[in-house]
Ligand binder design. Structure first.
Ligand code: ZN
Length: 157
């Protein structure tokens, strides 16, 4: 299913959905036994030609969605553009760090095909930056927030 696409929902109508015209005894059923497979094959043949072409088209939809996410991840890794390199000194907002973390998890879970080395590189860089952020910047931020709050509490009233 294409991301962001919604399709109408099918409801049982008492007849086989394949179009054979058979009336179903079970009013909650969609199919005469076995007709669902035939109907699926017919749709695949009509739209894609054959099952192999259908599978490839489906994978390409997934790849398109994935490459969009990798593109955004790359922007977050190279905040100031490619020339600047993925230096840790790049200033990223908390929101950008969160987005990078979420995208890294999403892309990592989805799995990058072996023939996409650029995407692998971006994912690896993002994971490295996040590890450094988590080990250095995050504790510092938490501590400075803690100190700021303590300082406020200690002010004479
Ligand atoms: Zn049928």
């Amino acid at each position: 299913m294409l991301a962001g696409t919604t399709y109408p929902k099918a409801y049982p109508n008492g007849r086989c959905y394949c179009g054979c015209g058979a009336v179903l005894k079970d009013r909650t059923a969609f199919w005469v036994r076995g007709h669902d497979g035939e109907a699926a094959h017919r749709v695949i043949r009509d739209r894609y030609g054959n099952v192999a072409d259908f599978v490839i088209a489906h994978e390409q939809d997934g790849l398109a969605a994935l490459s969009e996410k990798v593109g955004r991840l790359e922007q977050l890794v190279f905040v100031n553009g490619r020339e600047d390199g993925p230096l840790f000194d790049h200033l990223r907002t908390d929101e950008q760090w969160r987005e990078m973390r979420d995208l890294t998890h999403e892309v990592g879970r989805a799995g990058i095909p072996i023939y996409c080395p650029g995407a692998w590189a971006v994912l690896t860089l993002a994971a490295g930056l996040l590890a450094e952020y988590n080990s250095k910047v995050l504790p510092t931020k938490v501590m400075s927030a803690f100190r700021a709050r303590r300082a406020v509490n200690r002010q004479p009233r």
